[in-house]
Design a protein around this ligand. Structure first.
Ligand code: NAP
Length: 494
């Protein structure tokens, strides 16, 4: 028997891990340990510090509903404010003291005899906990492209998740590889400082206008005095996001015209902002809106009107010590290479480390060999006392906080039942899991992922088998309702 068994081990100190810790403490589980790979809390908002970083969901919506922040400076707050907000919440709800930083979890194993999890930490440490919760994020394993010659590059190379604050870009000849949401924020910020910038685009992104602006101080003060006012704004923002998600993405089969209308808005935005027809053509996506994560920006497209910015759509053949060669044999000399190449979800995440459940069942193998699946996006048969917060079909709505808070509700109902019955373990039943999976697969039949033109989108919503198993294909209202009312017998308690 180990010396000490914690009530719970939470892996990840981002917003998901903080939310889980708050919930567990409210349920009387105070002996927590939160293990975090990075040197501080905040997850995405600690790791990402690239120029231009801002939230691209309205800030009133991108926060815990029980801890509104009246002080957001803009409708879409800059990244540093999100990091400060994470620190504020962790301190106020007293969960910071449970955190251990620079602690990389390598694996977790269920001990059937002792009925607890053993968590193995890089460097040889280990600890034990009755519950294991993984809050390791969806976009937390950076993808470094496997381009021939990339290791031979002798200039400065930086991935956007490892931004070097001391990097002086003035007068440099740089390349950015990637045109996802990160690049869309970064490129307009760095372009004016560079001598030359070549943007390597493989797949164009849908970009709609951004209704951004500073939130004047008197409004911030009013939000502080009258929280109901900010709650109303949050409700409006959530409603718009829900409409985009449910109508535009999940019910695409019935609401295709809405989707087309958004495409028209995005194409009009492009036409107004980019002068050169050839550049416009290259920036026009060839897949349906919604297949891939779209973004908002008023400054991305105009950057391509600048004389020092070039859009390259020829595929990259190789990287040489001082430049990039495209498939047509042309070489662009650069001294700085920025990798805005995103994250690897389906090979190195899900789960982010080895998780071994009952009878040696390996979670990663199970997901890859038997389909990605998780009951209500949180539980998997064969894994007792395990809450997987970043699971297939768990991401609900467009603001991550919808997912976090519906999962907090699920935990409350589940652990409430565990406590009422004095059970030592819980485990979702095969039947409940299979029923949920069948329903998610059925719902997907109405979505843009099945009915849209997604073939060329290269979207991370799809896994390596071409199935769109990331987002929960239901409304967020449904997610919240089920989190509060799922049949308690969907779990076995012992
Ligand atoms: P991403 O959307 O996955 O984009 C990665 C980009 O790199 C894509 O354009 C991709 O091209 C390109 N790429 C990858 N490997 C390549 C290769 N070998 N050769 C050429 N191009 C390559 O990643 P991201 O932009 O970092 O954004 C990820 C997500 O983070 C977003 O969708 C969003 O959810 C979130 N995000 C949020 C915010 C915010 O809220 N503020 C900001 C930024 C990001 P293909 O498309 O052809 O694969």
């Amino acid at each position: 028997m180990p010396d000490h068994i914690h009530d719970a081990a939470i892996i990840g100190a981002g917003f998901g891990g903080i939310g889980a810790a708050i919930q567990l403490r409210q349920l009387g589980r105070d002996d927590l340990v939160i293990l975090e790979r990075e040197s501080d809390l905040g997850g995405t908002w600690h790791v990402n510090r690239y120029p231009g970083l801002a939230v691209d969901i309205p800030s009133s919506t991108y926060s815990y509903s029980f801890e509104p922040n009246p002080h957001w400076s803009r409708l879409y707050a800059p990244g540093a404010e999100l990091k400060a907000y994470a620190e504020h919440v962790a301190t106020k709800y007293d969960v910071r003291r449970h955190m251990r930083f620079d602690t990389l979890v390598e694996g977790a194993v269920w001990d059937e005899d002792q009925q607890h999890w053993t968590v193995n930490i890089a460097g040889g440490g280990r600890l034990h906990a009755r519950l294991l919760l993984t809050a390791t994020g969806f976009l937390s394993q950076p993808a470094v492209p496997d381009i021939a010659g990339i290791d031979s590059f002798t200039g400065t190379i930086v991935h956007t998740t490892r931004w070097d604050d001391s990097l002086d870009l003035d007068g440099r000849r740089a390349a950015v590889i990637g045109t996802g949401a990160t690049a869309v924020q970064l490129i307009p910020e760095i372009a004016p400082r560079l001598a030359e910038l070549t943007v390597y685009q493989r797949t164009a992104i849908w970009v709609t206008p951004k209704q951004d602006g500073a939130i004047p101080r008197p409004v911030q003060k009013m939000y502080a005095r009258v929280p109901l006012a900010q709650r109303a704004v949050r409700g409006l923002g959530s409603g718009i996001l829900e409409l985009m998600m449910v109508a535009g993405v999940l019910n695409y089969r019935r609401t295709r015209p809405l989707n087309r209308a958004i495409e028209k808005i995005a194409l009009g935005h492009l036409a107004r902002q980019v002068k050169d027809p050839e550049t416009r053509r290259k920036l026009t996506p060839d897949y349906s809106f919604g297949c891939k994560r779209p973004t908002f920006s008023n400054t991305y497209f105009p950057t391509f009107n600048r004389d020092n910015v070039h859009l390259e759509t020829n595929p990259i053949a190789r990287i040489e010590p001082d430049g990039i060669v495209t498939a047509d044999g042309r070489k662009t000399t650069i001294d700085t290479l920025v990798l805005a190449t995103g994250f690897n979800l389906w090979d190195t995440n899900f789960p982010a480390f080895e998780v071994i459940g009952r009878d040696g069942k390996d979670l990663g193998k199970f997901w890859r060999e038997q389909k990605f699946q998780a009951y209500e996006g949180v539980a998997v048969p064969g894994f007792p006392n395990f809450v997987s917060l970043n699971s297939p079909y768990s991401y609900s709505g467009l603001s991550y906080f919808t997912t976090i808070e519906s999962q907090m509700r699920h935990m409350k109902r589940l652990l409430g039942e565990v406590d009422r019955g004095g059970a030592a373990t819980f485990e979702v039943t095969d039947r409940a899991n299979a029923t949920f999976l069948a329903r998610m697969q059925d719902n997907l039949e109405n979505s843009v992922f099945v009915n849209g033109d997604c073939g060329t989108s290269r979207s991370y919503y799809f896994n390596q088998h071409g199935e769109a198993t990331l987002l929960r294909p239901t409304s967020t209202i449904n997610a919240f309702r089920e989190a509060s009312r799922f049949p308690l017998e969907d779990y076995a308690y012992a």
